[in-house]
Design a binder for this molecule. Sequence first.
Ligand SMILES: NC(=O)c1ccc[n+]([C@@H]2O[C@H](COP(=O)([O-])OP(=O)(O)OC[C@H]3O[C@@H](n4cnc5c(N)ncnc54)[C@H](OP(=O)(O)O)[C@@H]3O)[C@@H](O)[C@H]2O)c1
Length: 294
Amino acid sequence: MDRRKLILNGAQLGAGLVMAPLLTVATVMAQSPSSPKKDSAMTPAQRSAGRRSRIFITGSSDGLGHAAARTLLGGGHEVVVHVRSQARLPAVSGLVEQGAIATIGDLSHLEQTRDLARQVNAIGPMDAVIHNAGILSGPEVLVVNVVAPYLLTALIRRPRRLIYLSSSMHKGGRATLDGIDWSGRTGTAGYSESKLFITTLAAAVARLWPDVYSNAVDPGWVPTKMGGANAPDDLRLGHLTQEWLATSNDPRALTSGGYWYHQRLQEPHAVVRNTQFQNRLLSELARVTGTRLG
Ligand SMILES: NC(=O)c1ccc[n+]([C@@H]2O[C@H](COP(=O)([O-])OP(=O)(O)OC[C@H]3O[C@@H](n4cnc5c(N)ncnc54)[C@H](OP(=O)(O)O)[C@@H]3O)[C@@H](O)[C@H]2O)c1
């Protein structure tokens, strides 16, 4: 990628890159020296045919997102990482030193999420997007865990593969969209509902976009900031499935509409496959964001 072009794009992009002059420098410095122009010109299909992939991971400052970014970089892939603010950039400095490109945006603010999508599109087409960022509680749980990944799905140039972080806790979510406040001002739903909705979104995208592999992943209860130090499941397995779905040419990874746990298909909550529920969720998300899924 051309240095001047990126800085120029940054100046036009709004909050994320403009507020982060250091980021543009870090981003440019982080570009792989090996024929980056040729790579940018590569189509997603070419990249996924045995060549390295370009993967965008939300919430890569910590936990599973950070671990997935590190593993994918180690595997020779091009990784676009994401932090909530300029102050969180140091959390990805090691990844940037390894070649990652950094983006910024607080997913609890719709305008910052829109700006994040612009930053990602300015980098070029992604082969895969891992919608990983998430929070466990608070009124913003629906905004961060559901509205933001919906908006990014609608606004980022369509990749070949989409992966959404779910949780086994989605099975305890109330399967209703009545009375939901999507704004983050009042807590009308909790973590379980947010994961039920994101799992439903993954299935809806799989149905509506046959040219995309869209899947949801339960990473297990693993020891991260969210999972806590005593979480019993295996941390490595907690990010392996996302990496595999994002890059592997294993025929099982080239499928859509699945709900996965440690590379095994599981049956999600029954409402996830209910097309009426899917459509109602999509129309609610289009209403609150003013953006329809293309
Ligand atoms: N850990 C588990 O046991 C477990 C189980 C089931 C599902 N999951 C799911 O797996 C995903 C990753 O979880 P994790 O355990 O890795 O969590 P984590 O360690 O708490 O990391 C969450 C990531 O999301 C980012 N994030 C949170 N709110 C954000 C916002 N408003 N804007 C931008 N970024 C934001 C965090 O940024 P900061 O570092 O700045 O906070 C961090 O990078 C989540 O979707 C979670 O629901 C986890």
